[in-house]
Design a protein around this ligand. Structure first.
Ligand code: SF4
Ligand code: SF4
Length: 145
């Protein structure tokens, strides 16, 4: 029965590597800096982008060698997705880990890699590079992670 479902409706544990990678919506929001409250552990969104992030395409500009540039870049895995509290609420991996459906703007449903941008979900158009940002306190934004 499960096998008749499209892979984006299956549990994450059943996805093969190609399906896992295709699940990414391309929003780029996991590549934004987060501010963490040291007392509560709560995370807050900022508009500061990793220096390796292409702020137009929302893609990493050197994914294969990213750790040489950004040693603390986190690799999302089936094992870690549940524990990463800073993943955006709209992240496809977070949604599926919580048993929720993808949004209609996801490319697997819309058929277009542009729909994540058109829906205003991606980092295109409103972010600044960490190389130019300055203090993170000045970049807290009023939107969910
Ligand atoms: S937040 Fe999730 S869906 Fe968006 S780019 Fe990052 S891993 Fe992909
Ligand atoms: S190194 Fe690449 S994948 Fe990692 S946070 Fe930066 S832009 Fe994102």
């Amino acid at each position: 029965m499960n096998s008749k479902k499209p892979f984006w409706e299956k549990p994450l544990s059943e996805l093969d590597q190609g399906e896992w990678e295709a699940l990414c919506d391309g929003c780029g929001r996991c590549c934004l800096h987060k501010a963490e409250d040291a007392d509560t552990g709560a995370y807050y969104a900022t508009d500061i982008a990793c220096r390796l992030l292409d702020r137009e395409s929302a893609r990493c500009t050197d994914y294969a060698r990213r750790r040489a540039h950004v040693p603390d870049c986190v690799t999302l895995t089936k094992a870690s997705v549940d524990s990463l509290g800073w993943l955006p609420e709209t992240c496809a991996y977070r949604l599926r880990a919580e048993g929720k459906p993808l949004f209609s703007w996801h490319h697997l449903l819309s058929g277009s890699r542009e729909s994540v941008h058109e829906a205003g979900i991606s980092i295109r158009g409103w972010t600044v590079s960490e190389d130019e940002a300055g203090e993170i306190e000045h970049h807290l934004i009023d939107r969910p992670l």
